[in-house]
Design a binder for this molecule. Structure first.
Ligand code: FAD
Length: 426
């Protein structure tokens, strides 16, 4: 194989899902020379297999299917004439913003003024769980089964159990039922569901599918094909309780046990990752600790809604365009670390520049998740013993990301006093 062809671009966006599309569009509208790189043959990312509705409620005020939602962005990408490299995978990224891509074995090196990582996430596979028992066929991640059913017209099985109550598992419980399968049960190890309350109602309750909370699978049976699973209740430490085992005959087990931001490129480039989110550590401009490399969408942290991924990605795209043009991206000056405090699992961004937060009417968006459901919650953002912001929420749930804002007035004079802010839920 010869030396790769070398091309130069203002901005390279990696990933053509909703985040990459929104970032590329915002950057182009801000005047950047953008190229969008997607390993698949079509744009749209994970939305292409999400044929259910529920997308776009925030952004368009309409319930769209995944492909319809992506289609709106693809129309705009076409209108703006943003070039797309399809069937092209980025194999390597370096901190100085050089990308090595491969299209049908043809290598190209792109030297970019800025890079946006919008590579999405992947599902946690069975190997990451320690389920005892045999290793028969019939065990799939929920997203893989979704792709079989919705994209390939292949039914993975007829009698289904689902481990994990994440949104993909819930949506697949409904899809498998609509396609004629019998969904026996959904098991969730936590005392609450991992999916959005609207998905519990619309995908399980409406179809009479039982959800067993505080329950996990302790055995998988079947030598060739799956014949059934054994489920048991767990105690408050998540340990199975002896004597509570129950066998559920089934030929298919779907796993919906979490998503992991896809960050191999960032890791190899030596970009600092947040162990709590699995995404890059980024500031309020979505810039990572590598100058000119930005991250957004599910690659940065797992979003509940595509609408929110698009909004964050537009910010990343605009900031990347400003970086390329040498414009005022961040006014510089002091910054504070943002940390999860009491009852908070993670918070994004991990760092905020104080002048940046004071800039503009809207301040800086913060996204966080709680560790457990809470009613009548008080969200208190503190810097040392100073409370910089306090908000009340009737209920908070780990499956629903909370979005709040830090405004200039919250932060006035803070740089002299604190180096870190903590988001606490009381
Ligand atoms: C099954 C499922 C159901 C959902 N249901 C809803 C819903 O009802 N409503 C809602 O609002 N949200 C829903 N979501 C969430 C929403 O789909 C996500 O928040 C959104 O898709 C994230 O967008 P993204 O662009 O970050 O990632 P993705 O859509 O995953 O896109 C990432 C893209 O990057 C490409 N890529 C990755 N690595 C490379 C590389 N090295 N080189 C080139 N290309 C690369 C991938 O091929 C992919 O196209 C659902 C998600 C899933 C998984």
């Amino acid at each position: 194989m010869g030396a790769p062809e070398v091309i130069e671009r203002g901005l390279a966006v990696i990933g053509g899902g909703p985040a990459g599309l929104a970032a590329a569009i915002a950057a182009k509208e801000a005047g950047a020379d953008v190229v969008l790189i997607e390993r698949d043959r079509i744009l749209g990312g994970i939305l292409n297999q999400c044929i259910h509705d529920g997308f776009g409620l925030h952004r368009f005020g309409e319930a769209l299917s995944g492909p319809e939602y992506a289609g709106r962005f693809i129309d705009r990408q076409r209108e703006l004439g943003i070039p797309v490299m399809r069937n092209t995978i980025v194999l390597k990224l370096s901190r100085d913003r050089r990308l090595l891509t491969s299209q049908a074995g043809r290598l190209t090196e792109i030297r970019a003024g800025a890079v946006v990582l919008a590579t999405g996430c992947r599902e946690r596979p069975r190997g990451a769980l320690s389920i005892p028992g045999h290793r028969p066929s019939g065990v799939y991640t929920a997203g893989a089964a979704q792709s079989f059913v919705n994209m390939e017209n292949i039914m993975p099985g007829k009698r289904v159990c689902i481990l994990g109550s994440g949104d993909i598992g819930l949506i697949m419980a409904r899809r498998m039922t609509l396609e004629g399968a019998k969904v026996e049960a959904v098991f969730e190890i936590m005392p609450w569901s991992g999916g959005l309350p609207r998905n519990i109602r619309q995908c399980l309750s409406d179809y009479g599918i039982p959800l067993f909370l505080s329950t996990t699978i302790v055995g998988v049976s079947g030598m060739g094909r799956l014949e059934g699973v054994t489920a048991a209740r767990v105690d408050e430490r998540g340990q199975p309780v002896k004597g509570t085992e129950r066998f559920f005959p089934c030929d298919t087990l779907l796993l919906s046990v979490g998503l992991i931001p896809e960050n191999e490129l960032a890791r190899e480039a030596g970009i600092a990752l947040d162990p709590l989110t699995g995404g890059a550590l980024a500031d309020e401009n979505c810039m990572t600790d590598a100058e000119g490399i930005f991250s957004c969408g599910n690659a940065l942290h797992v979003h509940d809604l595509a609408d929110m991924a698009s909004e964050e990605a537009e910010r990343a795209g605009r900031c990347a365009a400003a970086y390329v043009s040498g414009g005022p991206l961040s006014p510089g000056g002091p910054s504070v670390e943002i940390r999860p405090g009491l009852n908070v699992r993670y918070v994004v961004p991990g760092r905020v520049s104080l002048p940046g937060a004071s800039r503009g009417r809207d301040g800086v968006a913060l996204a966080f998740r709680v560790t457990a459901p809470r009613r009548e919650a008080v969200v208190r953002i503190t810097g040392g013993d100073v409370t910089v912001r306090e908000e009340r929420y009737p209920r908070l749930h780990p499956a629903e990301m909370v979005w709040t804002r830090l405004r200039g007035e919250d932060l006035g004079g803070l740089e002299k006093r604190v180096r870190a802010l903590e988001v606490n839920v009381l």
